[in-house]
Design a protein around this ligand. Sequence first.
Ligand SMILES: Cc1ncc(COP(=O)(O)O)c(C=O)c1O
Length: 455
Amino acid sequence: MGKYNPENYKIDFSEYPKIITKTLPGPESVKLHSRAEKYIRGLSSQVKLFPVAFESGSGCTLEDVDGNKYIDFSSGIYVTTLGHCHPKISEAVAKYAKKLMNAHDFTSEIKVRLLEKMAATLPGDLKGFQLYDSGTTAVEAGLRTCRAATGKNEFISCFQDFHGKSGHAVSLARINKISGPTRAPGFYMVPRPDTYRPWWTRCDGTLDTEKYLEFYDSFIRESTTGQIAAFVLEPIQGWGGSIMPPDDFFPKLKKFLEERKILLFADEVLTSMGRTGKILCMEHWGVLPDVVTLGKGFGNGFPVTAMAVREPYSEAVDKISASTSYGGNPMACAAALACFEVIEEEGLLEHAMELEKVFKKCMKDWTAKYKIVGDTRAKGCLLGVELVKDKKTKEPFDEAGKMVYQKAFRKGLAWIPAGHILRMSPPIVMPEEVAVKGMEIIEEAIAETEKELGI
Ligand SMILES: Cc1ncc(COP(=O)(O)O)c(C=O)c1O
């Protein structure tokens, strides 16, 4: 196990961040974006709010086509957890790009090495694997696995969760313009504990996890056929706004599910591979999921994902063919194996936990200091800051969220917008002083937003 060396990722603060164009996005970004806009359809709100064109990235920095330089607080979109273009990962992909690009699901040496590494690194008896090319396809495989392992058909997921954009993945989330007008039969949703916005509390106003479980019990009896294959959850809700459960939730939920012979399916596409300071986020609570999906940081930018299942269910899953055009191709396996090795060799899990302390220290006074900051939270390098119009009513302040996002971007911080919840996911390779710099930029943007709004 190696130790984190900040020298490897040090940046020159006279160069980063540095905005050299009079307008932002700069003229070259504007030109390129207008050419793309003629053809591309359905762009994300992130791009619409800030249509910049990036040219290159290295470690925790980015440069756009106009030469503006940014600190990266987004990791692409929670993807480049180990920073941009890590030499070991880039070389691993390049090697197989020259040697063997695709061999269907035939065995290759690099695939065997990845599978062995996964078996040795993932907790407990998570030792049955399938490899895919996107988070969504891994989630679909997870659902098939749960059905095969239990012989049951239905699923429960949670409000504010996100699991991808295929037919079943959208049925695990809120029905909206992405998913179309209807949910697939047998998919149900329930609220889950959010410590800042609890539905059920004790007399002292603190969140009461037991009441959620009582509700789930009634819900299963009253609303479903009772044939629930799995409860599907993100350990921390990423797109929902870095929403963290109370520490007793997953241990109690696991027991509740075991008593009812329902599987726990943790969708760790966003939270795995060190994002929260562990390989699986569920390890924070000592809970072993029966089925788990890994993505995003799994290939650090190379499209490779995985579904893992515990040994007791592995045999049932053998019946489902896992072959896909791209899943487990040699380049993908080389990228994922290199990610595991980099995390270990550079002591990055420990470093992500150190960064959590830095982020929490930076945000310590924000709720007292700023009228619009309702809540701040961080687990490893997954952060959220909730902006509200009124701290008593907790009314979401979307407009302020948009202003803070754009102001910080103009100061050279590349990050992720999301309504009233500011979401940050810096690469876990980031040195502490760069993390502090990024947080200073966000704090300045919050202060300026309050001033502009006359708050
Ligand atoms: C928790 C979770 N599951 C699944 C997905 C879908 O992954 P992909 O976009 O790679 O299909 C995402 C994407 O953001 C996610 O956050």
